[in-house]
Each structure stands twice: as structure tokens, then as C-alpha cells.
Design a protein around this ligand. Structure first.
Ligand SMILES: [Zn+2]
Ligand SMILES: [Zn+2]
Length: 342
């Protein structure tokens, strides 16, 4: 094997510039006016932004290797195992479920809007379950382990998470009539935006993006999602449009008075690949081993993280609700004083 060639191929693949190089080599610039051509042009944007993020951090002497090391190692690990399982999972679901679709759609702008709303619903279902079912949290927690936000967090995923997410999302979309061509197009937009919302604070400090914060899910919303502050935990599950967060009451704005603390709440070593990748599985294994009876053991697998058979639950919902209650009671205490002044 030619190591130089392999490294070159990996770099070209990572930066997504293979398509552009081909266009330059063949001189077929007309291709850029097609839908695939536009996708080819968008491919390198996120990797180049990541490079810009790292260069800026170097320039301002804020670059810390630890902030990028683990997501990068997870990326390398996943690079070899995850991608192919995921593509196969999507193809399998389409082949299996297309005949059961409630109706069929076509590749038009109005079906694109319908398809995107359905896609966001399917994403909400996968992501919500990833936070509320303990065994699925074991898969998803790798993505939440980094204690800072930057584009490399995109690569921090447990290798089985992508196939699981794709099975849930593809199944729901296909059953609700989203045409496969439409689905692939939506997946592309979603992949791009889903990566962009991880942009670091050293590139875009205020992630609200102005008025866009009211109509789209912005980097600010996703930073809130990655926070372990009690008010922010388990909120903003959507990806581009936060309609389902608003409907299911999981929407949360970034508050200027509550600074985001990234990461997960358990004691962990964020610089250990082993802990980031398998830490939650080990905790679950310990809880199952200590639980009395088969039913309780099984409950640990499906109940939310923090659930305890002793009744001493420490779930995100309880932490958030008690934060809101205590904040409201502080506000109430302030009211009589205000009334007295009148
Ligand atoms: Zn999440
Ligand atoms: Zn994320």
C-alpha cells in the first residue's frame, strides 16, 4: 500500500474537495449549475471552517490540543466502521418500507417543505430518545462529552449512533411518504446545517445570528443543547427548524445571565477516549449489576439517565424543573417588596 497516496486520499476525502478537483481537471464547469454541482461546492465549507477555527485559535494563542484531540480520534475510529453500516441501513429501510408509505410525494418545492417538517419530526424522535432512554444515551453521550464547542465536535459520535439514527429517521420519513430523492436532498441540507451549528465561539461569538434566532435553530440553540446547566439540559432537540421543540415544549433560548457549561453531568475524564466512548456503558453496567431482580435490571436499560430503583431520581427533567421552581420562588419573594413600594 502506498502510504503517501492513502494519506492524500484521506485528506481529499476529509476536506470534500474531490468533486471540485475533478471539475477543474475535466473543465466541466457547467456541472456547477446542477443540484449535484452545488452540493459539490458546499462539501468543503464545514471542513474549511474547522480549519479556520483552528488557525484562528492558533493566531490568538488559544489553541488547546485537548479540545480537538478526542473528537478527532473518535472520527478516525468511526471513519472505518460507521459510514458503510449507515449507508446500508438507509438503503435497507427504503427497500423494506417504501411499499407501506401512506402516500407518495415527488421532488417539488411544496413536498420539500412537507418532507422537511417530517424529517425534523423524525430527527426529534431519534434525538429525544437518545436523551431519554438510557441504552440510547450510551450511544449518544459520546457527542455530548466534549467540554467546549467547536466544529470537531461533529466527529464525536459512537460508531453505532449513525446507523441507529438513520434507521429511525429513514423509517419515519419513508412511511410518511417522503420520496427517497427528496429524503437524500434533505439529508444533505441537514448534514450541512447540523455541522454548522457546532461552530466555535472563537469564530462566531454570538451564535444567535440576529433575527434568524427567531425562525431557525441557530448555533446558539445547539450550544444550549450541549450545556449541562440545569435549565439547558435536554432542550432544543431539532436541527434546522425548531417547530417540534416548540410543540413538545423542549424549546430553550440561550439566556445572557446563564453562561453555558459544556459537557455531561457525571464525573468523567474528557481527555480519555475510553471514558468518552464507553464510560456510559460502564455506568449502566454497574447500575444493572447492583439492581435487585430482573425487572429492575431491565428498567435501567430503558428508563431515562438518572432514574433510580430507590426512587432517588436524578434525571435532567427533575434538575430543570427544580431550577425553574426555585427561580420562580425567588421572583415571587421579590414581588411583595415591589408591592410595598407602591
Ligand atoms: Zn443530544
Ligand atoms: Zn451536537
Amino acid at each position: 500500500m502506498n502510504i503517501g497516496q492513502t494519506l492524500y486520499d484521506e485528506l481529499i476525502g476529509f476536506f470534500g474537495v474531490g468533486g471540485i478537483i475533478k471539475i477543474v481537471q475535466t473543465g466541466n464547469y457547467g456541472y456547477l449549475t446542477t443540484l449535484e454541482g452545488i452540493q459539490t461546492l458546499m462539501g468543503p465549507i464545514i471542513p474549511l471552517l474547522l480549519l479556520l477555527e483552528i488557525v484562528r485559535a492558533f493566531f490568538y494563542k488559544r489553541f488547546k490540543i485537548d479540545e480537538y484531540k478526542i473528537p478527532f480520534l473518535v472520527f478516525v475510529l468511526n471513519r472505518f466502521i460507521s459510514r458503510f453500516i449507515s449507508i446500508a441501513a438507509v438503503a435497507f429501510c427504503i427497500g423494506l418500507l417504501e411499499r407501506w408509505a401512506i402516500f407518495t410525494t415527488t421532488f417539488t418545492w411544496y413536498w420539500l417543505i412537507y418532507g422537511y417538517i417530517v424529517w425534523e419530526l423524525s430527527h426529534f424522535v431519534y434525538h429525544f430518545l437518545g436523551h431519554k432512554v438510557r441504552i440510547l444515551w450510551c450511544l449518544h453521550s459520546t457527542h455530548h462529552a466534549p467540554q467546549q464547542m467547536n466544529l470537531s465536535v461533529n466527529f464525536a459520535h459512537f460508531f453505532l449512533e449513525a446507523p441507529y439514527a438513520d434507521v429511525v429517521r429513514t423509517s419515519i420519513c419513508i412511511l410518511l411518504g417522503v420520496h427517497p430523492a427528496l429524503l437524500f436532498f434533505i439529508m444533505f441540507i441537514d448534514g450541512f446545517w447540523g455541522s454548522f451549528i457546532h461552530i466555535g465561539e472563537n469564530v462566531i461569538k454570538d451564535g444567535r445570528l440576529g433575527f434568524l434566532n427567531r425562525i431557525l435553530l441557530t448555533p446558539s440553540h445547539h450550544r444550549v443543547h450541549h450545556a449541562k446547566n440545569p435549565l439547558y439540559m435536554d432542550t432544543n432537540f431539532c436541527n434546522l427548524l425548531n417547530i417540534w421543540d416548540r410543540i413538545f415544549k423542549t424549546y430553550q433560548d440561550e439566556r445572557r445571565d446563564i453562561k453555558i457549561e459544556y459537557g455531561i453531568t457525571r464525573e468523567m475524564n474528557p481527555n480519555s477516549l475510553w471514558d468518552v466512548y464507553f464510560g456510559e456503558f460502564i455506568c449502566l453496567g454497574r447500575d444493572i449489576a447492583a439492581a435487585p431482580g430482573l425487572k429492575t435490571k431491565l428498567l435501567y436499560i430503558v428508563m431515562p439517565p438518572g432514574w433510580s430503583h430507590t426512587g432517588d431520581h436524578k434525571t435532567a427533567r427533575i434538575a430543570r424543573e427544580s431550577f425553574i421552581t426555585s427561580e420562580n420562588s425567588i421572583k415571587k419573594d421579590e414581588i411583595p417588596e415591589f408591592v410595598n413600594h407602591i
